[in-house]
Design a binder for this molecule. Structure first.
Ligand SMILES: *Cc1c(COP(=O)(O)O)cnc(C)c1O
Length: 380
């Protein structure tokens, strides 16, 4: 295994952390352990595995060597003690919340969340007796006032979907910790290259690894990072929920993450150029991109991120929801598709509004602007 340390740069760590030439054959890429079960040579070996099913590899629903390789790498990238992969972002989110909350507990959540997470929190958790409230997290006094004595966690997105609100993670962590509350951050839009919430005081970080970490739109996956204790509890819950990652998808993440820095640089420079182009359009009413100096979270994003602002933006087009739909359909190079973090540009009209969300890909920027230009002409 390569000799890694904290002085190594982020890109070096995405490539080498937790990996190294295979001791059997010298293969430089990680083996894919496509197996459900693991044979034991003795009773003693089996007894040890039962004590520590995770490292002893017992049954792939509880752990797998290929998945573990990515988990170790991810924990190192986030600056966390440990990490856990799951079948999807929602899988790890459910396992994390269900392992840390019981009936009678209260969860305070941002009012700007991924819609499926919003339904899980506002509908499903409530059905099981967990109190939930939502709050505008840009109003720190409102966050303070919304804390209950029974609040156990505050859940926010670092960059919100689809409005691109920036969470003041250091201030939110301070408010949470004063009350003994854990701060959980969904960091999907930023990726660990642009932002590492644990360095700013967050306790738990969740990613839909389906997005920037895989990066190629070919695997559904989720990952959560935090303390050893948090991850052990989430791991046990994830196994009981039956949401383990497939070893092949973990292998795709190991491959995808190696280019995370290069991709995020290009996503960020393309998104900034596209946002600046959209600002010049008379038929665009508003552009949400934290890299624009006019964005209300720009200064904060500059302080928390590494001078780049990611690949996600949204904009409001003149003419209402119908024109937004027509615009998405008029694109010839960019896909009219949901999801994000792909190398391809994906454009999604937000239901019932004139907002279009753009996951800016890593194509040649002139080609993206040309495609947008012709779509504006088509609907104009
Ligand atoms: C996609 C997404 C999720 C859910 O992840 P899946 O992998 O689709 O389950 C959660 N949060 C955010 C911000 C997302 O974009």
């Amino acid at each position: 295994m390569p000799d890694m340390n904290e002085r190594h740069g982020f890109a070096t760590r995405t490539i080498h952390e937790g990996e190294g030439a295979d001791p059997t054959h010298g293969a430089i890429n990680p083996p894919l352990y496509q197996t459900t079960t693991y044979a034991f040579r003795s009773h003693e070996e089996q007894d040890c595995a039962a004590d520590d099913a995770r490292e002893g590899y017992f049954y792939t629903r509880d752990g797998n060597p290929t998945s573990r390789m990515y988990e170790r790498k991810h924990a190192a990238l986030e600056g966390a003690e440990d990490a856990l992969l799951g079948a999807s972002g929602m899988g790890v989110l459910a396992a994390t919340l269900l392992s840390s909350m019981s009936a009678g507990c209260h969860l305070l959540a941002s009012n700007a969340l991924y819609p499926v997470a919003e339904t899980f929190i506002g509908h499903d958790l409530r059905r099981f007796g967990i109190g939930t409230t939502t709050v505008d997290i840009t109003d720190l006094d409102a966050v303070r006032a919304a804390m209950h004595p029974s609040t156990v966690a505050l859940f926010v997105e670092s960059l919100s979907n689809p409005s691109l609100t920036v969470a003041d993670i250091p201030a939110l962590a301070q408010i949470a910790h004063e009350r003994g509350v854990q701060l959980i951050v969904d960091n999907t839009f930023a990726s660990p290259y642009l932002l590492r919430p644990i360095e700013h005081g967050a306790d738990i970080v969740i990613h839909s690894a389906t997005k920037y970490i895989s990066g190629h739109g070919d695997a559904i996956a989720g990952v959560v990072a935090g303390s050893r204790e948090t991850i052990a509890c989430a791991r046990a819950m994830l196994s009981r929920l039956g949401a383990p990652i497939s070893p092949f998808n973990a292998w795709l993440l190991l491959r995808g993450v190696k280019t995370l820095e290069l991709r995020m640089e290009r996503h960020s420079s393309n998104a900034l150029a596209l946002a600046e182009y959209l600002m010049t359009r008379p038929d665009v009413r508003r552009v949400n991109y934290p890299g624009l100096p006019s964005h209300p979270g720009h200064k904060l994003a500059e302080r928390l991120m590494n001078g780049q602002f990611g690949g996600m933006l949204s904009f409001e087009i003149d003419g209402g929801p119908e024109v937004a739909q027509q615009f998405a359909a008029a694109l010839k190079l960019c896909y009219h598709a949901v999801s994000l973090g792909d190398v391809s540009t994906l454009v999604w009209p937000w239901a019932g509004s004139s907002l279009l969300r753009v996951s800016v890909g890593i194509e040649t920027i002139e080609d993206l602007i040309t495609d947008f230009e012709q779509a504006f002409l088509t609907v104009g």
